[in-house]
Design a protein around this ligand. Structure first.
Ligand code: CAA
Ligand code: FAD
Length: 379
């Protein structure tokens, strides 16, 4: 075992840390308040190569490993989870999906601009009646010969209005159950494709979440991703990697709240001494640090398994479950440590607490991670 990061990984980590401090921190409270998408910051992240971190340089990417991706996610999420979720979806769901399952023509047309940071992608699995129960797809894609006719509604789509390329799951043959589901690359602007209003959310408020409606949208045959009937398995494979990204996001949210708390307990005084001198506060810090470190090991291990060509779905579910629960617990404690100041926006921890909650819900709720983990144990 080697717990040391390489020089390249340390550099990426440092670059992401400086970016978060210099480019994301200013304005993060206002963006949250006004639900403003971090457009300028995402453009700069694209220029740094952070929207196609793991994609081969042949397709416009940075050619780095999954651990580097995790380090970037962790550092950005310490400050701004609304920006990091854009990075996560683009990297691990959309770019990875196109690189792993796309044809050469699809990679040339769709992957290169997404990996190079000129465009943003979205991944569309959830529906009003198919969230956790993702095989119950109601969106249909009827095979019309040279194209598919897409009809239905997708819910809660991250990058819903800012994306230009959407990976959309739909049922082509209901009789075949999940084996009748296909994945399609759908371009913004196709006739019949409309985007609903932005959701007004508790957390990750700067991110761009919308429902999407498809009314007789003609999707060319050439835009099917993967073989006929493989769509559901592709979605599940993508979520195995996506959950590493969200686990890293949760880790970063927890670590961000912990770092703010550590600074605060040295500055704030009560009963004639710094908060840091009260044992009750010291024990909170000890528990936070212990759980964050455990989460970090689980997240890095899942990334390491992926980088070493080993199965990683089980490990990514464990990492996401533990890191997201840690994010929630840690941010609640961070607000507590800050007292009344923690309850107002300028101290950042209340936002981190609201942002932490989503990590227990998207890319599979904590209950779904437990289903995946227990099935893995018992199979
Ligand atoms: N890799 C490959 N295939 C897989 C797989 C995997 N990891 N997991 C399941 N499958 C296959 C199964 O082998 C099965 O195939 P067969 O029919 O050939 O046997 C098929 O998929 C269906 O699987 P199950 O029988 O296990 O289906 P299920 O309905 O009992 O449960 C589930 C599946 C794990 C609960 C799944 O529905 C799930 O993961 N739900 C959560 C959905 C989710 O995570 N959504 C996230 C949306 S994206 C998002 O949220 C982005 C964001 O916020 C930023
Ligand atoms: P439900 O499935 O209705 O679950 C409700 C509750 O019941 C949960 O606590 C759940 O864990 C529990 N539950 C359900 N079934 C079981 C069971 N069998 N056993 C035990 N408990 C169970 N989706 C996308 O496709 N793309 C995106 O980009 C995307 N981005 C999102 C961004 C945001 C901000 C949000 C809020 C959601 C996003 N989602 C996205 C959707 C997200 O993945 C779903 O919300 C999530 O999978 C849960 O589905 P649901 O909301 O329908 O809840």
């Amino acid at each position: 075992m080697d717990f040391k990061l390489t020089d390249e990984q340390l550099l990426i980590q440092q670059t992401a840390r400086s970016f978060a401090e210099q480019q994301l921190k200013p304005g993060v409270i206002a963006r949250d308040e006004h639900q403003k998408f971090p457009a300028e910051q995402i453009k700069k992240l694209g220029e740094l190569g952070f929207l196609g971190i793991m994609v081969s340089p042949n397709y416009g990417g940075s050619g780095m490993d999954t651990l580097s991706y995790v380090l970037v996610m962790e550092e950005l999420s310490k400050i701004d989870a609304s920006a990091s979720v854009v990075v996560s979806v683009n990297n691990s769901l959309v770019c990875y999906g196109l690189e792993k399952f796309g044809t050469e023509a699809q990679k040339q047309k769709f992957l290169i601009p997404l990996a190079a940071g000129g465009q943003i992608g979205a991944f569309c699995l959830s529906e009003p009646e198919a969230g956790s129960d993702a095989t119950s797809q109601k969106t249909t894609a009827v095979d019309m010969g040279d194209h598919y006719l897409l009809n239905g509604v997708k819910n809660w789509i991250t990058n819903g209005s800012t994306a230009s390329t959407y990976i959309v799951l739909a049922q082509t043959d209901a009789e075949k159950g999940n084996h009748g589901i296909n994945a399609f690359i759908v371009e913004k602007g196709l006739e019949g494709f409309t985007i609903g209003p932005k959701e007004n959310k508790m957390g990750v408020r700067g991110s761009d979440t919308h429902s999407l409606q498809f009314n007789d949208v003609k999707v060319p045959k050439a835009n099917r991703l993967g073989q006929e009937g493989e769509g559901f398995k592709i979605a599940m494979k993508l979520l195995e990697g996506g959950r590493i990204g969200i686990a890293a996001q949760a880790l970063g949210i927890a670590a961000g709240a912990y770092e703010l708390s550590l600074r605060y307990v040295k500055e704030r005084r009560s009963f004639g001494k710094p908060l840091a001198d009260h044992q009750a506060i010291q024990f909170k810090l000890a528990d936070m640090e212990t759980e964050i470190e455990a989460a970090r090991m689980l997240v890095y291990k899942a990334a390491w398994l992926k980088d070493n060509g080993l199965p990683y779905g089980h490990a990514s579910a464990i990492a996401k479950l533990f890191a997201s629960e840690t994010a929630m617990k840690t941010t609640i404690e961070a607000v507590q440590i800050h007292g009344g100041y923690g309850y107002v926006k300028e101290y950042h921890v209340e936002r981190l607490m609201r942002d932490a909650k989503i990590t227990q819900i998207y890319e599979g709720t904590s209950e779904i991670q437990r289903i995946v983990i227990s099935r893995g144990i018992l199979k």
